[in-house]
Design a protein around this ligand. Structure first.
Ligand code: ZN
Length: 133
């Protein structure tokens, strides 16, 4: 299912929550005063891991994170965790990876290899001999 995004109203609530009385915006991850630095509203629980997506997102579902200080590292970590969760679920449900296409016949035979004659098959050697008594 598609990722749920924060509505403008919820977005505004989160930004106001992260704002100091002086009007400066603070990263809710590490407390850094962001000033003019970029920030994102992060899904506290990655939306890819959310089972019930029918519920509307509220301000409690998001955190204002500075892009450089907190959001980039968290996103990289979240992507790994989401991928792992999807694999575990697929394995549990018995979903197999799609079959691979058949490989081609490989390289053509070299002229020398084409000239090669198969070796004659020798008669099998006897392991035991009869003893004349
Ligand atoms: Zn931060």
């Amino acid at each position: 299912m598609a990722r749920r995004e924060f509505t403008n109203a919820v977005y505004a609530q989160i930004v106001k929550r992260a704002m100091l009385p002086s009007g400066e915006i603070v990263c809710e991850g590490c407390g850094l005063v962001l000033g003019k630095k970029a920030y994102h509203i992060d899904h506290t629980i990655p939306d890819g891991l959310q089972v019930d997506k029918s519920r509307k997102l509220t301000a409690a579902d998001g955190k204002l994170l500075g892009v450089e200080c907190c959001h980039k590292p968290k996103t990289a970590e979240d992507v790994k965790i989401i991928s792992k969760a999807k694999h575990v679920e697929a394995n549990y449900l018995g979903i197999k990876a799609p079959k691979q296409k058949l490989r081609g016949p490989g390289f053509p035979k070299s002229p020398k290899a084409e000239r090669r004659q198969p070796k004659p098959i020798l008669p099998a050697r006897q392991l035991y001999k009869e003893i004349d008594a």
